[in-house]
Design a protein around this ligand. Sequence first.
Ligand SMILES: C[S@@+](CC[C@H](N)C(=O)[O-])C[C@H]1O[C@@H](n2cnc3c(N)ncnc32)[C@H](O)[C@@H]1O
Length: 205
Amino acid sequence: MTALSSPATARNKALILEVLREHLPARGLVLEIAAGAGEHALHMAGNLPGLTWQPTDPDPQALASIAAWREQEGAPNLLAPLELDASRPDSWPVRSADAIVCINMIHISPWAATEGLFAGAGRLLPPAGVLVTYGPYLEDEVETAPSNVAFDASLKRRNPAWGIRRREDVEALAGRHGLALHARVAMPANNLSLVFRRSAEMNGR
Ligand SMILES: C[S@@+](CC[C@H](N)C(=O)[O-])C[C@H]1O[C@@H](n2cnc3c(N)ncnc32)[C@H](O)[C@@H]1O
């Protein structure tokens, strides 16, 4: 098992932690979707000891890396990784979560993964529960940074089903699952943290 590492995570994990500190509940289970190598999970669990952190990913190499980090340095509140494909919310291995975190997946997966993410979040989250996403977005009222134009083109060359999504499209999708945009936090390198909150009135659970 190899614990993988990425320079981008080393740069963004402290800033994402600040957003999570502000918006996650003090206690409860956080479901992390698309946890990748697991460095975020390790960092967030270590710094948010009141929460139980459940990392997931569909990729076996990612799951092995998360398990390796957990074995080497894991905090007691970091659970063993689970296989989860966001695009198949009916098969998610977790039945409830107090909050959901999804870092750098929406632009680097087919739109069906984002559709599943919001469908699953709408079903799992308690009233007023939050889904926090992080990554690059296009926004109607904001000129796209040249670096994001180039990044979008490179994503589409790798896979035509990938690409930076319009924030407004993601918001509309969220609305169809009972979630509304609660906070938009500008992050370095033209990324955004978006905090979606499940309507407090919904009682479908
Ligand atoms: C760019 S990596 C981001 C990993 C990590 N969150 C980070 O920021 O370092 C994208 C991740 O999305 C995961 N992914 C792709 N399609 C997915 C899907 N349908 N459901 C859940 N995760 C998916 C990949 O396996 C990969 O780990």
